[in-house]
Design a protein around this ligand. Sequence first.
Ligand code: AMP
Length: 284
Amino acid sequence: MAPLVLRTVAETVAWAESIRRSGRRLALVPTMGYLHEGHVSLMREGRRRADVVAASIFVNPTQFGPKEDLSRYPRDLEGDLAKCASAGVEAVFAPVPAEVYPPGYQTYVDVEQVSQGLCGARRPGHFRGVATVVTKLLCIFKPQLALFGEKDYQQLQVIRALERDLNLGVEIIGMPTVREPDGLAMSSRNAYLSPEDRQRALALSRGLAAAQALYRSGTRETSALVGAARRELEAAGLREDYVELVDATSLTPLPAIGPGQTARMLVAAFAGTTRLIDNQPIGG
Ligand code: AMP
């Protein structure tokens, strides 16, 4: 069945309240639309874990820098609603920006440590925008659970921290990255890639796999593990934004992987003008 499309905060609050009053558990999947199998996997898991799933489709202006791709971010509400329907989503909140940030809007959420490095260092203000909109969505829907992808690994840690620090009482579920058959992490931004850049973009997942293979062969030093990933980016002609090995929870850089340590490698690189990210646990 086609999902109910909610355009205003007031009708969304009322709808979510009616779900709560009926005693049903609500799961929320926040997105920026142009949906793919990665988004759909979150919706399906929401269906498994809750009675009702809602999604939001909102290209959030506060998380884009002045020189980023806000105006050309891909959009397809019709197609998105069909995918939501097939994933069992009952309602979709699809507001215009002025509904979320009306005149006089002045409140922002800053998650300090975990927002600082990696994408946070390269995209000033990005995680402030993400944390603000996610906090608002959690306040509007008051869901029992909300699902996010590990594809945006730093974002997931930012959201875990804000939920904990603000005592929002929402279960945050992190879901594995869904990939194309050749390994490329699914992303709405893959639509920007020329056929040549699409091929080059495989170097991100290949680089992470190379680092993991080196770990398995006994290497523990970050410089060597990062070097293995970096070589793949260079060989493919991608411009590196960063390659870092960090503690999987705090996201602080690690000089080496110690025994029992949960480490994660995160990579960001430009294929042409398109910035792509990917990440993977290293070790285990
Ligand atoms: P976005 O529309 O890019 O803001 O993403 C909305 C949600 O879908 C976020 O929680 C993302 O982490 C998640 N997501 C995006 N791509 C993938 C993917 N390839 N696999 C799993 N989750 C994803």
